[in-house]
Design a protein around this ligand. Structure first.
Ligand SMILES: [Ca+2]
Ligand SMILES: [Ca+2]
Length: 119
């Protein structure tokens, strides 16, 4: 009985994801913040931060997943890195700009990022 109930719950969760999870929904980024997304076209917002913060590693569940980003901050460039702790290839996310589909050579590489300066 317990297993059957868990399976039923799982089926409901999966059905729920099917409604909006697969579609390429554009998820907005709070004005003044920098947001990184796991899919193209600003879909699957993973993490967002305000401007002015130094290097931080992204949570393990989001590591090597980023495919699009938005920097809605008017004064701070931001940057992200292929490796943890601000190491490896660096890419700038310029203030008041976005990229809905980053280069395939950068896809699924983000391990750390900062919101105070560019590269
Ligand atoms: Ca991805
Ligand atoms: Ca990486």
């Amino acid at each position: 009985m317990r297993v059957a109930k868990l399976m039923a719950v799982g089926a409901i969760v999966m059905a729920g994801l099917g409604v909006g999870g697969v579609a390429s929904a554009d998820e907005p980024c709070t004005y003044g913040w920098i947001c990184v997304y796991g899919n193209n076209d600003f879909n699957w917002k993973m993490v967002s931060r305000g401007g002015g913060y130094g290097v931080a590693n992204i949570a393990a569940v989001y590591n090597d997943k980023m495919d699009s980003w938005r920097n809605t901050n008017a004064t701070h460039d931001a940057a992200w890195y292929h490796n943890s702790s601000g190491t490896g290839t660096c890419r700038t996310m310029r203030r008041a700009s976005s990229d809905n589909d980053i280069s395939f050579t950068d896809s699924d590489k983000l391990s750390s990022w900062r919101t105070d300066v560019g590269c």
